[in-house]
Design a binder for this molecule. Structure first.
Ligand code: FAD
Ligand code: NAP
Length: 307
């Protein structure tokens, strides 16, 4: 079995940047990913706050980050990582359903996943009108009335994107103020196709045999329940960390986010964590790539001092 200098788990912007920095230090790098490289960027329509590109589609930026890796010597393998363990001499074992890989260090870059509402009908109408990805599914809702749930950056940005397809887009938020950045809010307020339902939550997703037809809504201030007809519902109510694979290592906080020092190393020497999976305040592509660079460099230092 090959012994790698580092195994990067997850090929989002954080993991790809960490792999690039480690490879540029001539380390032997394996990048494990369970899907297409790009992570959440693949589910993002337009990115306009990544310096140097102006506006760029998420999947395009993902490809631009991925393309140089092979030339740098990064090995990329498909794999759903199930477990990470450390043996008594500090060698890390990364287990996927297809096998086990060994390494001096590990960089956890598994990101975060969209949260579900957990209301009746949501799972039943998954892929039949309920979606968590506007860039993937938006075009299926051409000329329909679309509901977007949430008040953060994702909900408002993706609602704006959905106005390209829907005849109307309604944003439903549990408070009467949005969490999204002001510049994004202003665009939504100025868009004729967008309207708002404030102080409300989804009680139930209703539909027929084939697809969603309506949503039952509760006003949290008055308690009133109403039904509104929608052809599709997009849910953007935040993220949960993807940390089941490292749960047993004892490096996460109560909510599951990985705790690191400023160099991105966890309390286990040689195990680093970068990007959305870290406990932090700002989850962005820019912060993900910055942390990826720190971890790539951190791995090089660890190898120099310990191996
Ligand atoms: P992710 O992008 O989540 O990548 C993690 C990768 O790890 C995934 O590819 C996943 O498949 C893989 N993985 C997870 N578990 C395993 C496992 N067990 N085995 C193998 N692989 C695994 N940020 C901006 O800066 N600008 C924007 O305009 C913007 N728009 C956004 C729009 C939406 C709809 C969303 C959801 C997010 C947006 N963000 C934006 C946030 C940004 O996408 C994230 O902050 C960023 O992608 C985090 O990168 P990451 O590498 O940490 O994690
Ligand atoms: P978020 O910022 O956590 O916002 C989640 C939204 O959903 C909040 O408005 C929240 O309401 C609401 N919510 C949470 N749980 C709910 C529930 N059970 N029922 C109803 N509503 C619920 O999540 P996000 O918008 O997905 O963003 C995730 C991260 O990615 C953030 O760090 C964000 O900045 C980043 N991001 C950045 C960009 C960009 O830079 N352009 C774009 C997208 C995402 P409250 O407001 O009441 O808490």
């Amino acid at each position: 079995m090959s012994l790698y200098d580092t195994i990067v788990i997850g090929a989002g912007p954080a993991g790809m940047t960490a792999a690039m920095y480690a490879a540029r230090s001539e380390l032997k790098v394996l990048l494990l990913e369970r899907g297409a490289p790009g992570g959440q960027m693949n589910n993002t329509a337009e990115i306009e706050n990544y310096p140097g590109y102006g506006k760029i589609m998420g999947p395009e930026l993902a490809m631009k980050m991925y393309e140089p890796l092979a030339e740098l010597g990064v090995e990329h393998a498909y794999g759903i990582v199930e477990k990470v363990t450390v043996n008594p001499v500090g060698i890390k074992k990364v287990t996927t359903e297809d096998g086990t890989f060994e390494s001096h260090t590990v960089i956890i870059a598994t990101g975060a996943n969209h949260r579900h509402l957990g209301v009746p009908g949501e799972e039943r109408y998954g892929a039949r009108g309920v979606s968590y990805c506007a860039v993937c599914d938006g075009a299926f809702f051409r000329n329909q009335d679309i509901l977007v749930v949430g008040g953060g950056d994702s909900a408002i940005e993706e609602a704006l994107f959905l106005t390209r397809f829907g005849q109307s887009v309604t944003i439903l938020h549990r408070r009467d103020q949005l969490r999204a950045q002001k510049i994004i809010q202003e665009r939504a307020f100025a868009n004729d196709k967008i309207s708002f339902i404030w102080d409300s939550t989804v009680e139930e997703v209703l539909g027929d045999e084939m697809k969603i037809t309506a949503v039952r809504i509760r006003n949290l201030k008055t308690g009133a329940i109403t039904e509104r007809t929608f052809g599709g519902m997009f849910v953007y109510v935040g993220l949960d960390p993807m940390t089941e694979t490292v749960a047993e290592l004892g490096i996460t906080d109560e909510a599951g986010w990985v705790i690191t020092d400023p160099s991105t190393q966890t309390t286990i020497p040689g195990i680093f964590a970068v990007g959305d999976v870290r406990q932090k305040n700002l989850r962005q592509i820019t912060t993900a790539v910055g942390e990826g660079a720190l971890a790539g460099q951190g791995v090089y230092q660890y190898i120099t001092e310990n191996v």
